[in-house]
Each structure stands twice: as C-alpha cells, then as structure tokens.
Design a protein around this ligand. Sequence first.
Ligand SMILES: [Zn+2]
Length: 355
Amino acid sequence: MRITTIIVAAAFVASAGSAQAEDGPCNEWREAGVIGDLRCEPADGGAVIGGAARATEYAQVFPRAFATFAKYFAPSEQKVALVVQPEVSPELTAALAADGYRPLPWIDNQTKAAMLRDSIVAQVEAQTASLPEAQRAAVVQQALAKAEGAAPAHADPEMEDGAIAHEIGHLLFNRYFDGPETGSADRSTRYGSSAPDWLDEAAAVALENDAQTRSRYVAAREAYDADGTVLAFPLDTYLSMEHPLLQSAQALKTLKRGSTGAVMLSGDEADAFLEASGGNPAVFYRQTRMFIDYLMETSGDPRILYAIAEAYRDGSDLSGWLARSGGENGLPETLEALETEFEAWAKAKLVDAAA
Ligand SMILES: [Zn+2]
C-alpha cells in the first residue's frame, strides 16, 4: 500500500531559521520585514525561502529545471521563489511579485511526515476513546508503524526534487504561454496557463528527473500487467480533459479539516477519494510521460513540444499542427493516425519492459 497525502495548504508551520550570508533579493526581503528570520538562499533563476533541512538541495534543483526548460522550450526569464511554508503571506506575495518572482509554496517531506503522524494519532485516539490507555497507546503505535512502512516513496528525496522541478515547469510554461503575470483577479484560482491542461502538464512532466520518470513507467507497466491497459484515456479525451486534480480540489473543499487545517488521508482513502472525485492524477501523468517520449523519440526533435505549444499560442491546436507540420516532423497528419501510432509505440515500450 502506498500512502498518498492530500494537503490543503492552510496550516502554518513555524520554522526556525537564521540569517546567513546572502545577497540580492534575500537582503531586500529581510529588510522589508516580509521573511522574518527565515533562511533565504539565492538560486539560479530564483530563491529558496524557509529553513527546511534540504533547502540547499532544493536550490540545486533550480539550474537543472531551468536548463531542461531551455532545452525543450526556450530560456525563461521567470524568477521563482520556493517558499518552504504551507502558506505564503500576502505581504511576501506582494514583495515577490514586485520583484518579478512567482511564489511556489512547498511543504517539505519532514513536515509532511509530521503532519501525517499527527493526523493518524488524532484519528486513532478518536476511534479508541473507550479503550484503556495502554491499549490505545499500542494501537496508535501499530498504526504509526504501518504508515511509516508504507511510505518509502513519500520520503524519497529524489522524488521530492523531481516534484519541485515539475512545479517549476508549470511556472516557466505559464510565463512563456501567457506572458508576465498581469495580476488578474482570478489568479489564485488559476491552475495552469490558458493552454489546454495536457500541454500544461506535459511542460511540467518534461522537467521531472529520472526518479520521477522511472516511477511513471513503473505505474504504466503495472496497469498494463494488470489488465492490458496501454492508454488509460483515448487521445481525444486526453487532449480535451481537465486535470483530474482540478475536480478533486473542488471536492476536497467539502472534506473536514483537522486542527492543522490540513486534510490527510491514508493511501487507500486517498485513492478512493481521487477516483470518486474526478480520477487519479497519476494516471494522467503517466500517459503524459509516454506522450512526451513518443513525440520526442519519433520526431527526433527535443523541441517538438515547443513547436506544438507555439501552434496553440497562435490559436491552432494539435490537429491543425499535425495537418500542417506532422509529416515534416516524422509524425502522422491526423489525430486518428497519431492515436494508433502512439498506442502501438506505448505498447511496445510496456511489453519490452515487462520481458
Ligand atoms: Zn502538474
């Protein structure tokens, strides 16, 4: 069993930090009083704010993510502030925006694990109120041990780095597709750019690291081994669907929050919730990973997503782009033919890997 946690970023977690030698924006934000005594570390293309154990490693994700975006799309001028806090204060948000930074709130694995532990203890204690104290303590210990044993991926630092790169990918793609932030009123409710969700997600998944990519293929192979699934969504559905988490996020608002403001579900509960509320995003991600690899491998062009994104930005779509440019890029000229070819490509990958 896998533990999936759904965290609504509303909890405030106090984080001790100390000022270190730092330059540029960190000094400015500290003098302006918007980061208190949180640690602040400049990074290529941005900064890491907050005293997380892995803050220095987080800063090293930046140059890799920006270089990958430049390789697949184009160099980006977007600056990103990874704020290792569940919530970014309005004052900090305003100061970041004034300096051209987009905030990326982040809950580090240690904090996530602590929140999960607290939530498990609270749930078990509530359910065992009638038992003698010694028995309750034993049940709590059991539940914690079970949760810990089931959460290896959750604690994997490489997966965490890949997830940060993914989120940076969203911010860089948003900037490319829609231009600099214009401060529209619906900013907080917007998930991605005005591009279709598959393209937003493709830009983010393209920036993930090897550990993430391996996990996407492991998931795809498990589905194939289980019931022969190659593509979970038909291509036309995939190209027009909303990100599954968007629907889940709406449903999440109806769930009760714990004292920390976070909703924490066990792996089984989380899977059931995601399925019921609009689908499991992991399925969307693994198909996206294969679609990116199919397009790049078949065309031989690492910037193929960029070419397609340019078409969308000019008001066209994948169908129009295929008709015009599919042939010269070694790809089919219709969506129908693309689906057939993509499915055959994906199946060959999954059969191959299983052998
Ligand atoms: Zn994403």
